[in-house]
Every structure is written in C-alpha cells, then in structure tokens.
Design a protein around this ligand. Structure first.
Ligand SMILES: [Zn+2]
Length: 354
C-alpha cells in the first residue's frame, strides 16, 4: 500500500492555514509528520505531498495535487483543522469525492468519535481542488476546530497530534486500534501520578510547586502521549544542556516573539529511565540551571514560590518556554481546570482526612 500524506496549507505566506487558538499549519504538520512516521513504521510506503511555500494559494493547491499525481498512490490523505465564523463549530469531518462512504473514511470518523470528538460525518468534497484533481482515492480530514476552546482542550486531552495520527492510522491498519484506547481513564491517572511524585518532592526539597509541575507535564507531554514521553520517558521538553545521561534526537518547534513558529531539526533532548526520573530531573533543572557558570540561578524566583500564579509567571519570565501565553495556559487550562492545587496543600489535605 502506498499513501500520499499532505500536511494541509503552507508553512508561511500564501496558502497559510487558519489561525485560531492553535495554528492550523503547525498542527497539520505535527499530525501529518507523526502519521507518516507511524505509517512507515507499519510498513506502508509513504509519499510526503506537503507544500511549505507557494507564490499563491492557487499554486499551493496545484503543487499539492502534482506531488500526489507524480506517483501511483492507493490513497491521498490531506490533514486540516477547521474554523468557523462564530468559533462555535466542533468535531471532525471528512471530505471525499462525491461524499463517497469509503470504509477508511468512515473509520477515521469512528476513531475520532471514540477519542471524544463530535462526528460530523463524511461530506461531499468534489468542490475541493485536492480531492477533485488527485487520481488516487482521496480524503481531506478536518481534524477538529482550531478556533473552538472545547475542541482544542479535547484535542490536547486526547493526546494531541499523536492520538489523531493513531486514529487515522487505525483506519488503514485496524489492528492498531487494539492499543488505541488503553488510556480510558488516562487523564485522571496521569494527574495522580505526576501530582504524587511532584508533591513528595515538594515536601522534601521545596523546589517547585506540585500544581505547576503537574500542569507543565500535562501540557508539554500531551498527557504523557508525546513522542518524547513515549520514546524517552520525558514529560518535559528539556534539551540536553549539560546532561550526561541518554539523549533523544528530534525536531524542536519554537515560537518567535511575533507568534510565528519555526522548526529546529536534530535537537537533542534529555532521555530518562522512567517518567518519575523525568519529574525529579525537571525539578533539579529548575533548582540548578544557570547560564552564567553558576553565579546566578536562572529560575531563582520560581524556587520555593508557594503561589502557583506567581510561579507560572516567573517560569515564563525567566525564559522557560518560548511559547507566548505559556504561563496563562498553565494557570487556566490546567491548574484551575483540573484542581491541581490539591497537590500543593498536602499537609492540610491530610489533616482534613484525620
Ligand atoms: Zn485547512
């Protein structure tokens, strides 16, 4: 089987994707690249039909179809994220030529529905250039709505690009599905695991507040489902920076001050023997990281800070993440939403139980 994958839209300029709470062009690449890797690992021949730059939207579409038609493909799959004028749209939809109900297209909808997304079904994509102009059987997947907070939350809670890639892969290789839903109560278990390790470390070393560590772990590892988490037990994206242990090499996605993204290939990341080691090393890193040979500590204001709002703001201010809104996201999307401060007041909690 040979499948052409198109990470929808260009990476910048003409043909760039929708910009919602998350950016379509970035996440089509995260999903598409992850999907291509999984397909190759599963023995499927894959052709990358992604077009990063074009002089116009028209040229982007023509070049995409040309890439797909250059080879004999069994399938052409284009990955997109939806947006709606009132930002209220939710769920997955799949476009095919004349709305044909291919089993693979139906399976994508089913798998996405099982991840929790609303299933908008198969739609007539005859009017879409890349559906009409490609010779292979074609589907264009609108994963979910990038401008709807509930859909974006669900996307991350379900395991982000990795979970979507698995859902699409399972449409082509049904056996993949066996391992797909092993994490039914995954979110709750993940929170308890990280919260307990971080809580114990806070009581012993008072480095960084457990609610903050737990929020960081959820956000950075997409609930423990990211490539770094799975391949390297790394719940945080900590780069090599003087690490003498194992490393894992993969592309980093960074954000510029103007909000745009760029990739740094061949980035070296710290790899661990267990997720627990990853949490403790993260705290060591916060406690000891210095960029001037140890004269000053980069995260000094974070260390021992027992106010989660301030701790998150200090992390951002001290340069922990390049992503804009990192602190706000930790506070609102995770700590407050999932009541992560339950791990900060351990003694109080214990007293209440007595
Ligand atoms: Zn799109």
């Amino acid at each position: 089987m040979k499948i052409g994958i198109n990470c929808g839209h260009t990476a910048s300029g003409a043909g760039y994707g929708a910009v919602g709470i998350i950016e379509e062009s970035l996440h089509t690449r995260l999903v598409g690249n992850c999907l291509m890797e999984k397909m190759r690992n599963a023995g499927i021949k894959v052709t990358d039909c992604t077009v990063d730059r074009a002089a116009s939207r028209k040229e982007y579409l023509a070049e995409t179809a040309a890439k797909a038609n250059r080879e004999e493909l069994d399938w052409f799959v284009s990955i997109h994220f939806n947006a709606s004028a009132d930002h209220q749209g939710r769920g997955v939809e799949v476009y095919t030529y004349q709305g044909r109900q291919y089993p693979e297209a139906l399976a994508v909808c089913t798998s996405m529905r099982e991840l929790g997304f609303c299933d908008r079904g198969i739609k007539d994509g005859t009017g879409l250039y890349v559906i009409r102009q490609t010779k292979a059987k074609a589907m264009l997947i609108e994963v979910c709505f990038c401008d709807n907070q509930a859909d974006v939350d669900l996307y991350y809670a379900a395991g982000a690009h990795d979970a979507v890639a698995r859902a699409v892969l399972s449409a082509f290789i049904p056996a993949v599905k066996e391992g797909l839903w092993q994490h039914k109560n995954h979110a709750a278990e993940f929170i308890q695991f990280v919260g307990r390790v971080a809580g114990k470390d806070w009581r012993e070393r008072k480095i960084i507040l457990p609610s903050v560590v737990t929020a960081q772990a959820i956000k950075e590892s997409a609930w423990g489902t990211s490539e770094l988490a799975r391949q390297a037990n790394a719940l945080f994206g900590i780069k090599e920076n003087g690490w003498t242990g194992r490393i894992y090499v993969k592309t980093a996605v960074e954000q510029r001050k103007d909000g745009s993204y760029y990739a740094v290939p061949q980035t070296k990341w710290r790899a661990y023997d267990s997720p627990e080691q990853s949490i403790l090393d993260h705290n060591d890193y916060i406690a000891t990281r210095s960029t001037d040979g140890g004269r000053t500590l980069r995260y000094q204001p974070v260390i021992g800070c027992d106010n989660y709002i301030l701790a998150c703001q200090y992390l951002q201010k001290c340069g922990y993440a390049t992503a804009a809104g990192y602190a706000d996201s930790l506070i609102h999307d995770y700590i407050e939403k999932y009541n992560l401060t339950q791990f900060d007041f351990w003694e109080e909690n214990l007293k209440q139980k007595i």
